[in-house]
Design a protein around this ligand. Structure first.
Ligand code: FAD
Length: 196
């Protein structure tokens, strides 16, 4: 689709909760005619191409969400060592240590799921379910980890003086785009019921 084709328009720039550095607009197609030389792939195979693109993209979203969670842990570790309460760094409180440990465990699991899906994809083996699992799990971990990070930073975690509130807002999209978490669960369940 070229910008100047009749029937094609770009909608308004969306005002979003997170990933605000990336602009998002609706693409409007209304009785749009596409010349033959612009066709990508085969006519009538668009759904398959779109789904295959989404399957691969899910590994990317899994990696994005794992990276976001790793960033949230880095900020939490730094702050927990710096911030003193009751005469000592908050990193010395076991409750805070356990939160950091939970974050690390989730990130490790998410990373391995993403690597597993990517490894299967690279080896040209089936990877649809593994990609869905990686995306589903890592977006959940990103949300949980960013939320814990906001809490570890306490009041300042809720302000824009520190970056964790941004990570908390950015994490939400992981459960929505490239197929919502429900769609990932549907993919996983479909394979489960067909093969076991
Ligand atoms: C920032 C951003 C960037 C995006 N970028 C792109 C892009 O580059 N390209 C692109 O094509 N799209 C893009 N999207 C669209 C995005 O992929 C969709 O918003 C997303 O897949 C969800 O579809 P929907 O909004 O129609 O939600 P709906 O389908 O209306 O879903 C609403 C709710 O109902 C649930 N639901 C719907 N159907 C079922 C069902 N059968 N079973 C169980 N639950 C169900 C969903 O899980 C969700 O909780 C983007 C969206 C955003 C917000």
């Amino acid at each position: 689709m070229e910008r100047e084709f009749s029937g094609f328009a770009v909608g308004k720039k969306e005002d979003k909760l997170g990933i605000r550095a990336s602009s998002t607009c609706e693409l409007i197609l209304d009785a749009c005619r596409v010349p033959k030389q612009n066709v990508l792939g085969q006519v009538g195979k668009g759904y398959k191409i779109a789904i295959e693109t989404l399957n691969e993209g899910r590994i990317g979203i899994g990696a994005q969400m794992t990276g976001l969670a790793a960033g949230a842990l880095d900020h939490s570790l730094r702050y927990a060592r710096e911030r003193k309460q009751f005469g000592k760094p908050i990193a010395e409180f076991q409750a805070v240590q356990f939160d950091l440990a939970r974050m690390a465990a989730g990130i490790e699991a998410a990373r391995l799921l993403v690597y597993n899906a990517a490894k299967l994809r690279d080896a040209k083996l089936p990877f649809t379910t593994e990609a869905a699992i990686a995306k589903y799990f890592s977006s959940q971990i990103a949300e949980e980890t960013a939320s814990r990070a906001v809490e570890i930073l306490g009041g300042v975690g809720f302000t824009r003086d520190y970056p964790v509130e941004k990570l908390y807002r950015d994490a939400k999209i992981g459960r929505i785009y490239e197929g919502t978490s429900n769609m990932q669960l549907a993919t996983i369940a479909k394979q489960l019921l067909a093969t076991r």
